[in-house]
Design a protein around this ligand. Structure first.
Ligand code: AMP
Length: 557
């Protein structure tokens, strides 16, 4: 029988939240609480103070917003705001405010973001009408207090979100002044990505016996982490769908799973990928077991190449042929990342784990690196020019394979009849154009702008903290790409190539890099020093009963 996680004890219902909030979460497509939510919500609902070490991307906003909303709904409405959330930036004020609004929709909660740079008049009107939750930057909140347009004497909960960042931005005194305006018996919650002594000192002075929560501290045993190629792209939110499509175009996975956070996102991403010509299928916890089995059957049978899934839906799923795990977002906890990437690269199979991270989520990547002791390489998104070049390269390689292996005599009549009128070179160019177009043609995409650079504090220290560099995968400079004249039409799968290369040449399976399989040929990355040895070994052996051409891929640049 199918267990709906939302109804199980492990779901949000087990955290003691009201029906209106559970309904809002279901509507948003949240399938289960993130680890920080699991740990923080019960003590916060019980009224405790709390210090949480958690970065953006862990689900920390809902971890404090849901208990705040719960308490608003159960307490009596006061004159002034009952909750105050302090955040470092305007962007975050808007984001948190939208989140509170979405979660509290069925409770009729009034929330107002206040930040510098926005006309104060509009904020004044809203404050006069009455609000329940104020989400603001310290400077503007203090401004309102001084103008006596914001009265904090009814505040029951204060949240300091991204406290380390607020201190770095010089808001320490403002925060002290604001806290002094709130009742001493309030509940105080502090979230911070890092816990320097200054944060600890604020917690000691302003919080009462707080519950402490730290995420992602447990290191993972090296053996638990599969040795797959791990990379990440930093992409601003509006460009994520386009970036995903482009990465898939370049990676050309034969079977991949794309992880999303919510059901809504699963549906959007699936639709987008299908629009781009991929055969993608959604898999989420809202589907019956029967529906899920059918989707899995289509993946195994090869009529689907991409699964788009939530963590809940993908749990326990074992697909032999997966070559890529793609995280559409940074997973909510480093442990979830390890779990996800464990789906590829099993038993020495070739695999890639690719993560799309928003600029603010880079911290999470660092936390994952610390947990795994492995490096996640930051890659630059392929540009339109890169994509075009890559497609031309594939067209060229396909032509070369045909020239080397196909019997072309049958087409001579066409060539002869054309060369009466046209130059041979032009005939060849037209044929190449037609082949290129038949294989998908040129890219019509717009350029994706690079995200704004954001100075990352402590980056140097974090780098020093990092464990051993990832083993197994050679850096790009030391990689040779080999051409194998056998492809999908011969029923070739990545594991056939890995098995044959490892078995025949003695190369360690984990040293085999990216594999790209097209209809008629395949490209395999191996460490440069081993290239000749692999070619020699493969020329003596068979793959799926054939003895394909094996050589270095030739580049024309
Ligand atoms: P935050 O760390 O609060 O910035 O949240 C990161 C993202 O995760 C936001 O886009 C949230 O909407 C989303 N999110 C938060 N909690 C959950 C959950 N339990 N399931 C799915 N998505 C979530």
């Amino acid at each position: 029988m199918d267990v709906n996680p939302l109804e199980s004890e492990a779901g949000f219902a087990g955290l003691g939240l009201r029906a209106e909030l559970l309904r809002a979460l279901t509507n948003l497509g949240y399938e289960e609480p993130t680890p920080i939510q699991q740990e923080a919500i019960p003590p916060l609902v019980a009224g405790h103070d709390l210090v949480g070490q958690a970065a953006t991307g862990t689900g920390k906003t809902a971890a404090f917003a849901l208990p705040v909303l719960q308490s608003l709904a159960s307490g009596k409405r006061s004159e002034g705001p009952a909750a105050l959330v302090l955040v470092p930036t305007r962007e975050l004020a808007e984001q948190v405010s939208q989140a509170v609004h979405r979660y509290g929709r069925d409770l009729g909660v009034r929330v107002l973001p206040v930040y510098g740079g926005q006309p104060i008049g509009r904020q004044l009107q809203a404050l006069q009408r009455g609000v329940d939750v104020v989400v603001g930057t310290p400077g503007r909140v203090l401004d309102h207090i001084e103008r006596e347009t914001l009265n904090l004497s009814d505040v029951r909960t204060v949240v300091l979100d991204e406290a380390d960042e607020m201190l770095d931005m010089g808001f320490a005194e403002d925060i002290e002044a604001i806290l002094a305006e709130t009742p001493t018996e309030r509940q105080t919650v502090l979230f911070s990505a890092t816990m320097p002594p200054r944060i600890d000192s604020i917690a000691r002075r302003h919080l009462r016996e707080p519950v402490r929560i730290t995420m992602g501290r447990k290191a993972v045993e090296p053996g638990e982490i599969p040795l797959v190629r791990q990379s990440a792209y930093i992409v601003a939110r509006p460009y994520k769908q386009a970036a995903l499509g482009r990465i898939l175009d370049v990676e050309a996975p034969s079977a991949a799973i794309v992880f999303c956070r919510t059901r809504e996102e699963v549906d959007q991403v699936t639709e987008n990928l299908n629009g781009r010509g991929y055969r993608a299928e959604a898999l989420h916890g809202g589907m019956s077991q029967d529906q899920r089995d059918r989707v899995m059957g289509r993946l195994r049978g090869g009529s689907t190449e991409l699964l788009v899934a939530t963590d809940v839906a993908a749990r326990g799923l074992d697909v032999e042929q997966l070559t890529h795990v793609i995280n559409f977002n940074v997973p909510v906890a480093p442990e979830a990342y390890v779990h996800r990437i464990g789906r590829v690269g099993r038993a020495g199979r070739e695999g890639s784990a690719i993560t799309l991270a928003e600029p603010r989520e880079q911290r999470m990547l660092k936390a994952i690196e610390r947990l795994t002791g492995q490096r996640i390489t930051l890659e630059k998104l392929p540009t339109v020019t890169d994509l075009r070049a890559r497609r031309l390269e594939l067209t060229r390689t396909a032509l070369q394979a045909s020239l080397e292996t196909d019997d072309l005599e049958r087409f001579r009549v066409v060539l002869d009849s054309l060369t009466d009128e046209f130059d041979v070179e032009n005939v060849a160019l037209a044929a190449i154009k037609l082949l290129h177009e038949a294989a998908g043609g040129d890219v019509e995409d717009e350029e994706i702008p690079a995200p704004r650079e954001r100075p990352e504090r402590n980056e140097r220290n974090e780098r020093n903290d990092r464990g051993p560099a990832q083993r197994g995968r050679p850096s790009n400079d030391g990689v040779a790409r080999l051409f194998f004249g056998i492809g999908r039409r011969a029923g070739l799968r990545p594991q056939d190539l890995v098995g044959a290369i490892a078995g025949e040449s003695g190369l360690n399976a984990r040293d085999i890099g990216a594999i790209q399989i097209t209809d008629r040929f395949s490209l395999v990355e191996v460490p440069e020093p081993a290239a000749e040895m692999v070619i020699a070994a493969m020329q003596r052996s068979t793959i799926r009963g054939r003895r394909p051409t094996v050589r270095r891929e030739r580049f024309v640049r």
